[in-house]
Design a protein around this ligand. Structure first.
Ligand code: SF4
Ligand code: SF3
Length: 557
């Protein structure tokens, strides 16, 4: 962002890849976020920073913060992630609660000692209501702030948003880490501390990456212990006759609850978007009415959900403005929300009642005919892929496999993303492709054939399964007696929202170099921060698929 930002903008947001003109959304979010929602989100972030200033005091004296407060901060962060919540009422409820929490902590801290100067980072709710939109948009973007410090603060914040999405998902399954929970607070507090230097903020940025690794590990433990390790599984990608519900997002627990409640009711359940890897888990694929995957990546949803004779459940991002043709049949749950869209709350016993969506799906009647089936393969998490480790290592030694490309990350609607399809298509036949997250929809229905007796395209899972990819890479580097950077492996990453920021920081914190990032660079990285990342990690912007493949393969020589 430039230093001359006009604070009369109605809103300001530059957290995702599709931000207007590659600079910032100032009138209306390209994602559909209105100034009202953007400003409520800025206030919410401001509030959890204030909460964290008090929370940090308690952590410093050896206390842990109550889990209900951690969970509140986590949900608030997740609510503000791109394409999650567009409902003003949800934000107002969170803002009211945030003020109560802030006061609760302020009282606790007051009993110990007086807060530090930046612990007064506060915004009484009455005052916030009086602020004009333009002033609120200015809260987050103090023009007097050093652009590198601003850039690092925003990078940490966006990394935290990604971490919160994974933390939330794990917590729903009963898994969490005190290290991650404390970090929400210490990292948010650090973004309010004007005494910290750029070097110190760089260290905090790298720490954000380490915590992203930790939270993905916790989520991997949660998913694999509750649903068992994924194993290769063929998934039907065509429609089947009968009533149906499409489940989108990342949350496996929601899918499981819905599968249980629809059992024996004659309803077909399809995964959508990032839910596709669910088919690999034994605890989920055992349900015979989990019949397949519907559609492509998130940005195709408006077209693909148009007038379908069934219902849709959005468990996490990415939600787009629902068209009228399906607004009455799409439901949200967890922190997802859109004004006028029916929301399914969690009950106090942790269960959810899906009867309304089930009844509606039955009433809508569903698809009239079966389509001829077509299948794709999923389920190559670390456990399954490393089951083939000996085979893979032998194939590399024999020269049958020359290089591995991890082509992963988010998809999006903007031009420039064909690079990833072209890249996958141009990968030489004696190389393997690992993929994860929703960017794979650009090529996961293509036939890549086999090499060394294994499929050439291995679907590792959701974006959080980047952890799985790292486990695979670490095991291979042990087998080849090198480190990850010494492997014939290249990371070709596409980003869109803030989970990808967390994943990128995770990879950097592990010292992984030469990552190719695209389709564009984040607008929130200042030239100096970018320079630092390229000098330290050889982080590169993608160029052409042909040239980048050539450069990656030179690494082997
Ligand atoms: Fe713009 Fe992205 Fe922010 Fe939406 S999330 S307002 S598209 S920068
Ligand atoms: Fe996709 Fe939204 Fe990022 Fe989990 S679902 S990767 S974009």
């Amino acid at each position: 962002m430039n230093n001359n930002m006009d604070l009369n903008y109605e809103m300001f947001c530059y957290q995702c890849e599709q931000t207007a003109n590659g600079k910032g959304c100032t009138k209306l979010g390209i994602c559909g976020k209105t100034p009202e929602i953007a400003n409520l989100q800025d206030l919410l972030i401001f509030q959890i920073k204030g909460i964290s200033c008090y929370g940090k005091k308690l952590i410093d004296q050896g206390d842990h913060i109550d889990k209900d407060i951690v969970s509140f901060i986590e949900n608030a962060l997740f609510t503000t992630l791109t394409n999650v919540n567009f409902n003003a009422e949800d934000h107002v409820r969170l803002l009211k609660e945030s003020q109560k929490i802030k006061e609760r902590l302020r009282n606790l801290v007051g009993k110990i000692n007086s807060p530090t100067s930046h612990a007064t980072y506060d915004l009484p709710s009455a005052k916030s209501e009086m602020l004009k939109d333009s002033q609120i948009a200015g809260i987050m973007y103090d023009q007097s702030l050093d652009p590198d410090i601003r850039s690092l603060r925003q990078t940490i914040l966006y990394g935290l948003k990604g971490i919160s999405a994974y933390g939330h998902q794990a917590r729903e399954l009963g898994y969490y880490s005190d290290q991650v929970d404390d970090f929400y607070i210490t990292a948010l507090e650090s973004t309010t501390d004007d005494t910290l230097t750029a070097d110190e903020m760089i260290r905090m940025t790298m720490k954000t990456g380490e915590i992203a690794v930790e939270v993905m590990k916790i989520l991997d433990d949660a998913n694999t212990e509750v649903y068992e390790n994924p194993s290769p599984h063929k998934v039907n990608i065509k429609i089947k006759k009968g009533p149906f519900i499409i489940v989108s997002g990342h949350d496996l627990k929601d899918l499981e609850m819905l599968l249980k409640q629809t059992e024996g009711k004659g309803i077909n359940i399809y995964t959508h978007g990032e839910m596709l890897p669910a088919h690999g888990y034994k605890g989920l694929k055992k349900y015979s009415h989990l019949v397949g995957n519907f559609g492509g990546a998130w940005q195709d949803q408006q077209k693909e959900f148009d007038n379908i004779p069934g219902c849709i459940l959005m468990t996490t991002n990415c939600l787009m403005r629902p068209r009228d043709s399906y607004k009455d049949r799409i439901y949200s749950t967890n922190v997802v929300g859109w004004e006028g869209v029916k929301h399914i709350e969690k009950k106090s016993n942790g269960e959810k009642d899906f009867s309304e969506i089930i009844q509606q799906a039955i009433k809508l009647g569903g698809f009239k005919e079966d389509q001829e089936s077509k299948e794709i393969l999923v389920g190559f998490g670390h456990h399954a892929t490393l089951g083939y480790a000996e085979k893979i290592v032998a194939a590399v030694h024999k020269g049958d496999v020359k290089h591995f490309f991890l082509i992963g990350g988010c998809d999006g609607a903007r031009p420039g993303r064909n690079y990833y399809t072209e890249f996958a298509e141009m990968v030489p036949k004696d190389c393997m492709i690992l993929t994860l997250a929703c960017g794979k929809y650009r090529f996961n229905k293509l036939d890549f054939g086999e090499t060394a007796g294994l499929p050439r395209l291995l679907d590792v899972g959701q974006c959080n399964d980047s952890y799985s990819a790292v486990r695979i890479a670490t095991a291979l580097s042990d087998a080849f007696d090198t480190d990850i950077n010494g492997l014939p492996l290249s990371f070709i990453i596409s980003w869109y929202e803030q989970k990808a920021v967390a994943v990128l920081l995770a990879l950097l914190s592990l010292g992984i170099k030469n990552i190719y990032l695209g389709p564009t660079l984040p607008a929130f990285l200042s030239p100096n921060v970018l320079q630092y990342l390229s000098d330290t990690f050889d982080l590169k912007l993608i160029s052409s698929a042909k040239d980048d493949i050539k450069t990656c393969l030179k690494q082997n020589i």
